[in-house]
Design a protein around this ligand. Structure first.
Ligand code: GP9
Length: 410
């Protein structure tokens, strides 16, 4: 408990300077829309196959947005629910199981609860069974006003497990503009690019060439479909006059479970090492569009899902200091470290890949400037910090310490 308290006391101290930053509160009271894309990975952003762009709409949006090119998912066994937990609660998902399922009744400083206290209406949208990943229960704890789940959508375009993302986005935006009070926070989870990625013929718009008929080809095909749905959603938001008053974020939840090096070597036409594979499997894209389209560009410093909540709060001018969050504020200009749930970490200079036995010296330390393995000691300080962060987070969640700390302070 003392270690956890000390960690947050330190974090609070290092956060004190953030208020002077130019973007703090610049978008106060803007709407916030965050879209979490199913299995939407970073490796195919900006890539083409047979001369056709895989994600043309995302690529177009990048021109007027911030694109984080080394943004990591920090998920464990809880997959989509872990991405949601990391992004909206800014604590590390658990080493085993899903926090949504195991500790849905514990106390958290969730993004929707903070925004609700600031007068926002807060809504989650996901066109699937409300009980999946225990969302129905967890979303009440996170203080969403409403969770629009499968039964709230007209099933006018069935696809895969549920409704197509095109229809899901259309109906969600319709609800935002007709049923929801502004300012709002809307959190949307897509589904059309779910494993095993089979799309009906009439929705297959990409010629995947030599990957035709493989799961990898189907994956590219389904991502291309979701990208078009995303493009449609942005158009819709523009037509309804919401785009210019909204902070819009899109990020991927986790990898596609196709961890097959030769396939990616074929895709990129070059040999890949373990570092390349770790980046391919753990990087998802983050796109941030600010209401006035400011600050656009590509940002290469590492970031991760836990950084979403502190960064959104910064843009809205809400101090993060009193909250139990472990992510970085990507706008405070400081150097940052991103820790993955498997114990990997990167600070933009090195990238550590742990071994299965979790013994530090059996892992590999990569120098990101050469992309080659380097002296293991170059990762030692980072490894100790990463281990500490995961331990602090696990302890805080498991023993419901936020509740205890708050009770003690009253
Ligand atoms: C289902 C969806 C999928 O509601 O979020 O979750 P996943 O299987 O990717 O963890």
């Amino acid at each position: 408990v003392e270690q956890v308290q000390a960690f947050f006391a330190d974090r609070q101290k290092s956060n004190e300077s953030q208020h002077s930053q130019a973007l703090f509160g610049k978008y106060k009271e803007s709407n916030v829309i965050i879209v979490q894309g199913e299995a939407f990975m970073n490796f195919m952003i900006g890539q083409s196959i047979g001369g056709q762009e895989i994600t043309p709409h995302f690529n177009e949006l990048m021109k007027e947005s911030q694109y984080y090119s080394h943004f990591y998912h920090q998920t464990g066994q809880g997959r989509t629910s872990d991405a949601d937990f990391g992004a909206n609660i800014s604590l590390y998902p658990l080493s085993a199981g899903s926090a949504f399922v195991r500790y849905a009744d514990h106390t958290y400083d969730s993004l929707p609860s903070i925004l609700k206290d600031q007068g926002y209406s807060t809504n989650a949208f996901h066109a699937y069974e409300s009980s999946f990943w225990n969302r129905y229960t967890m979303y009440q704890n996170m203080k969403y006003d409403k969770f629009y789940s499968k039964n709230d959508f007209v099933e006018d375009d069935p696809l895969g497990w549920s409704l197509s993302d095109v229809s899901f986005f259309r109906q969600s935006v319709e609800k935002m503009s007709s049923e929801v009070q502004e300012p709002f926070y809307s959190f949307l989870i897509t589904l059309s690019s779910h494993h095993p990625y089979s799309l009906p013929k009439d929705k297959q718009q990409l010629d995947v060439g030599e990957f035709q008929g493989t799961m990898f080809g189907n994956y590219l095909q389904s991502v291309h479909y979701v990208d078009a749905a995303l493009g449609g959603m942005v158009e819709d938001l523009k037509n309804r006059g919401l785009w210019e008053k909204t902070i819009f974020m899109f990020y991927g939840d986790h990898d596609n479970s196709i961890n097959d090096k030769p396939l990616y070597e074929k895709f990129f036409g070059r040999q890949l090492n373990d570092l390349d594979m770790a980046q391919i499997m753990n990087e998802v894209p983050l796109l941030v569009h600010l209401p006035d389209g400011a600050e656009a560009g590509t940002f290469e410093q590492p970031a991760g899902q836990l950084d979403i909540t502190p960064s959104v709060l910064h843009l809205l001018g809400i101090s993060d200091e009193s909250y139990y969050h472990m992510g970085n504020n990507i706008y405070d200009g400081s150097e940052r470290m991103v820790v993955l749930r498997n114990g990997s970490f990167t600070d933009g200079k090195v990238f550590y890949i742990p071994s299965d036995d979790y013994i530090y010296t059996s892992g590999t330390c990569y120098d990101l400037s050469t992309h080659e393995a380097t002296d293991i000691n170059a990762c030692k300080a980072g490894f100790d910090q990463a281990t500490k962060r995961l331990h602090v987070s696990d302890t805080l969640i498991t023993y419901d310490l936020i509740r205890q700390f708050r009770e003690e302070s009253h």
